[in-house]
Design a protein around this ligand. Sequence first.
Ligand code: THU
Length: 130
Amino acid sequence: MKDLYKKAKEVLPNSYAVYSKFKVAAAIRMKDGNIITGVNVENASFGLTNCAERTALFTAYTMGYKKEDIKEMLITTEKDDIVSPCGACRQVMRELVPLETPVHLVSANGMTQTVLNKELLPFAFDKEDL
Ligand code: THU
């Protein structure tokens, strides 16, 4: 998991968090070994902010990857506390990431908690409900 964390740390400074000053980075390891990263990108119209998790996921899909290509995911910030994905990201991850995928939450001082994607959003609304 060290290399996944290293990649996330590398892009963390690229986070555009001019309003919250809260930089977040995500990294996704694909089954082919490729690692795709994302950061949060904010906007003066606050609601248009894109979280790091969604940036990374949308990039992966843009590159042609599919749900079943995802092996694991990692989220980190500059803080010494663990940060878990916001509700909007959980909803997106529910649909775009396999349920059994490990999601590693890593603090700036290396504290790590790993949860499964399915644990992040119980009793979820999903495409089967449509
Ligand atoms: N943020 C993320 O990028 N991911 C999360 O899971 C939590 C929140 C960002 C959004 C915003 O730019 C900043 O953190 C503060 O909410």
